[in-house]
Design a protein around this ligand. Sequence first.
Ligand code: ATP
Ligand code: MG
Length: 180
Amino acid sequence: MKLKALTLNGFKSFADKTKIEFQPGMTGIVGPNGSGKSNIIEALRWVLGEQSVKSLRGGKMPDVIFAGSQTRAPLNRAEVVIELDNSDGFLKQQPPELVITRRIYRNGESEFLINQKKVRLREIVDLFMDTGLGRESFSIISQGRVEAIFNSKPLERRVLIEEVAGVLKYKKEKHRAQKE
Ligand code: ATP
Ligand code: MG
């Protein structure tokens, strides 16, 4: 599966509709401080079903909507769209082309769409479950998190590796069973 394109429209600093097309190989996004690099990554996280406002550096979910600037009025809606090439069938029982949309309005109302059809958050979460993508996955490591890993004590680092390897869940279950 490949990420073909990401479109931001009214999301955080992206007041204008902005489409990023990913070419084969590695993509780097560069720009001065505050130019919106992290916002792009957050948009990706958000469209994949992120529910934690903290990890999106906001207080409440509608904070992801463009809040206005000196020259522009705030917007009432944010939209992020990703286009995926699933021709290798990585996402099981899904068509070769997938377009996933997430929208939110100022009143907090939000919607998800898969190939223009309205779906519930659950369906987005299920779509990416056990793929290493989606929310709470380690495929996106945010700014600050890298330092946190480098600066952590060996034991903390081990916990992190166990989390990534997916063994933490079993360790917790074992611990619970031993206590009973
Ligand atoms: P750095 O190199 O420092 O990490 P960056 O390129 O990652 O910078 P971001 O953190 O993505 O920059 O962008 C921060 C900018 O986005 C700030 O100027 C902030 O005001 C703006 N911003 C964040 N949320 C909104 C919003 N809801 N509406 C308008 N602007 C926003
Ligand atoms: Mg940043």
